[in-house]
Design a protein around this ligand. Sequence first.
Ligand SMILES: [Fe+2]
Length: 263
Amino acid sequence: MGFPWCSDKYIFQKKIKAMQIYPSMKMAELIQYDFELLAVIQRLKIPFGFKEKSIETVCNEEDIDIDFFLNLVRWFHNRDSMPGETLMHHPVKGIIRYLRSTHSCYIDYQIPRIESEIIQLENNEAAIGSKMQLLLKFFREYISEFTVHINMEEQKVFPYILQLDENLGLDEPTQEFIKLSQQYSIRNFLEEHSDIEEKLSDLRNIMLKYMSPPSNNCAFTNLLIEIFRMGKDLEDHTLLEEKVLLPQVLKLEDEFHRKFPQQ
Ligand SMILES: [Fe+2]
């Protein structure tokens, strides 16, 4: 029996960490090396069935900017730099499309899935001897806070950014946008941007510290894994919003006021 750090598996994992991602690499190979990148594939709505196609071919076929794709997957894979350094140079439209797609993944799939898992556990409460009803109440409160947060971005923040970007390309800004820009700045968003990951972390703490189903309860453990996974996803999402999108919009606003100083 060898030491774990000498095993093939360990060496393979070290190789994964050092993976270089380049345009001629096969898309299926990329995902096999790091399945966490499936989140990017899903949010960019890239269909499966990659066959032997390269990243470059798939991006061309799906009309996705290859540099944007590479910078996104490199950041998700390496995690050794802040996303802003490379992703900030891409048009805001692309990042917003990505963030919107992430929102619908949370609202249409991940949140209802976690909710239904809690309901199932609640139905078996006697079997696991825990307080699932309280957990469900807590999670439903979280859903309403989360929905308010998402709606604010979808209905107020993203439309403002898209209009700002569009108006910057015009000879004269529209009256509608002039009015909006006098009332709103992306700095307001920063003040309003609440931490939606924090409450999820409270939920994990309650489950870990104050509930006592046995750890071999697959359903409970699986629910905990799902909640951890969603928390990690939300952290990435917030980083993209605050470290990529926000600084970009601050620059666009400066540009707007330089180009149209009278506004
Ligand atoms: Fe968001």
